[in-house]
Design a protein around this ligand. Structure first.
Ligand code: NAD
Length: 324
């Protein structure tokens, strides 16, 4: 298998690349990997450090919106996992143009090249945020899209394009929609690493609004396991949810992080809620469990403890990335 991973120097893409190159993802053993990544502020070649010497890894620095580059890279690949995106909701509220360009136009450029070169499988990685907010229960894959942030709106646009390329051109595309990921190598702008690194440095942590926003958490390696299953056996034209089954409010999560870092609520700064902040996300992932045998393997408490330890041990990685 010749596998192209876009955004493979980011948090999730690099986890997927490390998993493939260490032969930790069943069915993908021996695959050759090309990472195509623009190395934005969120991309970091150091995320591929543990596998950088692999003879099966090729790294191409570049933009998924560069049609000539994407065309020349894709012609040598039969499988694509597309993670490249602008991914931070707060940034999309400040300025959305890069989100529209990378998330929508970049996806279209990739889909067109995949069509020209007849790739066997193309997985487009998306998010539960495309559905907006749900008060109770959970979404199935047929729920209507109702994104609230510019980030989520651009991801929803990309999902619709991907599915349209299946219907119009017969491209073997599958869409995954995953819950909130956590784990090592996540940029310190995101909630868990931001809180952990602030607490480790003795700084306060900012909690949005009343803190009662509920999110489902999944370890990044479980997301990668689900993605690997969809890549190999997902039905083209279908959407698959990848859930973590660990629902927590941001307030409860903050409590766990304070406890793990041996500190108290006096470190929490209550800040004005994020504009358009969704109250709750919840995925029903029965489909991927029943069809593909997916099961999350990482226990949340153990995964969180291991992640916090990783940030304790890798200050050289995150300190240059901290913005506040
Ligand atoms: P990330 O921001 O850590 O990484 C994104 C990567 O894409 C970076 O390496 C960046 O350099 C690269 N990139 C950005 N623009 C590019 C461009 N124009 N051309 C080439 N590369 C470019 O994001 P992440 O958290 O790893 O998320 C990966 C994917 O998974 C995204 O599509 C995101 O929407 C989706 N997702 C993320 C989560 C989550 O909790 N983090 C949950 C569900 C889905």
């Amino acid at each position: 298998m010749n596998l192209l991973i876009t955004g493979g120097a980011g948090f999730i893409g690099s986890s997927f690349a490390r998993g493939v190159l260490r032969d930790e993802l069943p069915g993908l053993e021996g695959a050759r990997v090309t990472v195509l990544d623009k190395l934005t502020y969120a991309g970091n070649f150091a995320n591929l450090g543990p596998v950088a010497e692999s003879k099966r890894l090729d790294f191409v620095p570049g933009d998924i919106c560069d049609a000539a580059l994407v065309d020349s890279v894709l012609r040598k690949h039969d499988h694509v996992v597309h993670f490249a995106a602008e991914s931070h909701v707060d940034r999309s509220i400040q300025e959305a143009s890069e989100f529209a360009t990378t998330n929508v136009v970049g996806t279209q450029v990739l889909l067109d090249a995949a069509r020209r070169h007849g790739v066997e499988r193309f997985v487009h990685a998306s998010t539960d945020e495309v559905y907006g907010s749900i008060e109770s229960g959970s979404w199935t894959e047929t729920a209507p899209l109702a994104p609230n942030s510019p980030y989520a709106a651009t991801k929803a646009g990309a999902d619709l394009l991907a599915l349209a390329y299946h219907r119009t051109h017969g491209l073997p595309v599958t869409v995954t929609r995953c819950a909130n990921n956590y784990g090592p190598y996540q940029h310190p702008e995101k909630l868990i690493p931001r809180f952990v690194t602030n607490l480790l440095e003795g700084r306060p942590v900012p909690l949005y609004g009343d803190g009662n926003q509920a999110r489902d958490w999944i370890h990044v390696t479980d997301h990668c396991r689900g993605t690997a299953l969809v890549l190999q056996a997902g039905r083209p034209g279908e959407i698959y949810h990848i859930g973590g089954n660990e629902e927590l409010t941001n307030r409860d999560l903050t409590g766990l992080l304070l406890e793990a870092c041996d500190t108290g609520w006096d470190r929490v700064q209550h800040v004005e809620d994020r504009k358009g902040h969704d109250r709750r996300y919840a995925l029903d992932d029965t489909k991927i469990r029943d069809e593909l045998g997916y099961r999350p393997q990482v226990d949340f408490r153990a995964g969180l403890a291991e992640t916090i330890q990783w940030y304790r041990d890798n200050a050289d990685w995150w300190r240059p990335l901290v913005i506040d």
